[in-house]
Design a protein around this ligand. Structure first.
Ligand SMILES: [Zn+2]
Length: 536
């Protein structure tokens, strides 16, 4: 029996009716008791003690929707984000350096730029990438991961022809003569990203586990102890399983398996819980495009380019058939739906499989739910649908939302209204689309301030406690794990974070500056900025 007392702390337990607590007893990786020091010591005389000097302890944070493998993959790319690469010349220099360390046969990869933050105020083009990396394929991913730029060698290797028409669901940037300028928007970008990560994972072989480990290290440094991987496939599953077997996972990974991989998963007998840290109990489907790219399927048309009504991936009947099938096979279904037109058909599909009055036992989810306006929210609440959404989009992408939805910007990501309607909303980042740092999401859920300083939907601001609940109790519920994680209560797993400030008492704008002193998973530290837990 291994016992440890964490004491001299301020515990934010997130438990429904918890009294004040400054101490917690951990026994064999689980929480055995929470309360005041005297009582905790009496429960475990002689146990080792770690004094936290008044630091705050919160439940381990949970990201209900991110792309863990992609985070690890892009961590190896040249950092071309702003402000560190303020102009195209700086991006070129970084790609040149990356070319020197990238093994032959692999593409030179850069990531993180936003054209509107560059000094030039535009996307770099193919000629500029050619100047940096002339003889081998190079790709530069936009921070949104909805756009990228290719050099000539990459365009050639990916099979894009100069006079190629725009594909459905996407577009190519072109110069004044109509030649490809190297910029890919949406569908061809997604296809290329998939192809690149799959190829590099295959080449990496067992290094797939390393990639997952790299992502896990980063997430642990933000206080994350659990994450839903929102597009798990056969190869990324293998990487997670290998990392799990080697003890390299720093989070509990809840896999949302891409719908076209389900037959493989079932054939291999891999549905369900594989260990305390790896599970595949949910299926991921995409109903429409993205908000920042203006491809979310909406009623009406966007007043900004590309001026369409968005992209719907399935007809209602087809989607309903898929939901029915996966529900019957025991999966929780998680559907990406951003625009109101998409959310409508997703809710109809869910309504077709849920029995009235029977609730939503598999906790079928909507991922994102950006334009879930009041009537749709009411229907979602009625059905008991769980929504995994991303408050952190507000600061990074909110100005783009406001431009795309000039009349309804205040109704997007309406967390307070959804909460009042009775919907369980889980917090998440969608990283690497934006940072995985939940401190950003918690702040944004409270203040809703865009990059330009406008408050998007002032009525939709949450209290600090409700914002923290998104990433703890409610995210745990979204993964069927509320009996094990999400709050500091006896019997639950000892997943917790030690912070240098209490987020419930910090001025909201300062929440991202709160220091993560340690992240602990099942009683074992998986990240420390200092040495709170000596010899561990
Ligand atoms: Zn996503």
């Amino acid at each position: 029996m291994v016992e440890l007392i964490v004491t001299d702390a301020e515990l934010v337990t997130m438990a429904p009716d918890a009294g004040p607590a400054d101490s917690m007893l951990i026994r064999d990786g689980r929480i055995a008791a929470v309360g005041q020091a005297e009582a905790i010591r009496a429960a475990a005389p002689g146990a080792d003690e770690v004094r936290l000097g008044g630091a705050t302890v919160i439940p381990g944070l949970i990201d209900a929707h991110c792309h863990v493998a992609d985070i690890g993959y892009l961590a190896a790319a040249a950092d071309c984000g702003q402000p560190s690469a303020p102009d195209i010349a700086a991006i070129q220099a970084r790609l040149r350096q990356a070319a020197e360390r990238t093994p032959g046969g692999s593409w030179v990869t850069g990531a993180g730029y936003a054209e509107y933050k560059l000094r030039e105020g535009r996307h770099p083009n193919r000629a500029e990438l050619d100047a940096a990396v002339p003889n081998r394929p190079a790709v530069l991913y936009h921070t949104s991961l909805h756009v990228c730029v290719l050099n000539t060698a990459a365009l050639r290797e990916a099979g894009f022809a100069e006079n190629q028409p725009d594909p459905p669901g996407g577009a190519f940037g072109r110069d004044s003569e109509g030649r490809l300028d190297g910029v890919l928007y949406e569908a061809p970008m997604f296809a290329l990203f998939e192809q690149n990560i799959r190829r590099d994972l295959a080449q990496a072989g067992t290094a797939g586990a390393k990639l997952v480990e790299t992502a896990g290290e980063r997430l642990a440094s933000f206080g994350l102890t659990s994450a839903c991987d929102a597009d798990m496939r056969r190869d990324t599953f293998a990487a997670f399983a290998e990392a799990d077997a080697a003890g390299l996972l720093r989070q509990r990974i809840y896999g949302l398996v891409v719908h076209d991989q389900v037959d493989w998963l079932l054939g291999a007998g891999l549905q369900g819980r594989h260990s305390g840290q790896l599970a595949t109990e949910a299926v991921k489907i995409w109903a429409d495009g993205g908000m920042s790219s203006r491809t979310a399927a909406i009623h009406g048309t966007y007043p900004v380019p590309p001026h369409g009504s968005g992209i719907l991936y399935f007809e209602g009947d087809e989607l309903t058939g898929m939901v029915r099938d996966f529900d019957a096979r025991g999966f929780q279904v998680c559907i990406h739906a951003q625009g109101d037109r998409a959310i409508e058909i997703v809710l109809d599909a869910y309504a077709a499989v849920l029995t009235p009055g029977g609730g939503n036992p598999r906790r079928h989810r909507i991922e994102h739910g950006g334009a879930m306006y009041p009537p749709l929210a009411a229907q979602a609440a009625e059905l008991g649908i769980v929504v995994a959404s991303q408050p952190g989009f507000l600061s990074s992408l909110g100005d783009g939302f406001a431009a795309a939805f000039p009349d309804r910007g205040d109704q997007l990501y309406a967390f307070a209204s959804w909460q009042q309607a009775g919907i369980t909303v889980a917090g998440s980042s969608d990283a690497p689309v934006i940072t995985a740092d939940p401190r950003i999401g918690i702040r944004d859920a409270i203040v809703r301030r865009t990059g330009d300083g406008r408050v998007l939907g002032p009525a939709e601001r949450l209290t600090a406690r409700d914002a923290l609940a998104l990433y703890t109790t409610q995210a745990a519920y979204a993964c069927h794990r509320e009996g094990e994680i999400g709050s500091l209560e006896p019997g639950k797993l000892a997943d917790f974070v030690v912070l240098d400030q209490n987020p419930l008492e910090t001025e909201p704008g300062q929440i991202p500056d709160i220091g993560v002193l340690a992240t602990v998973l099942g009683g074992t530290p998986v990240y420390q900025s200092g040495s709170i837990f000596p010899g561990r």
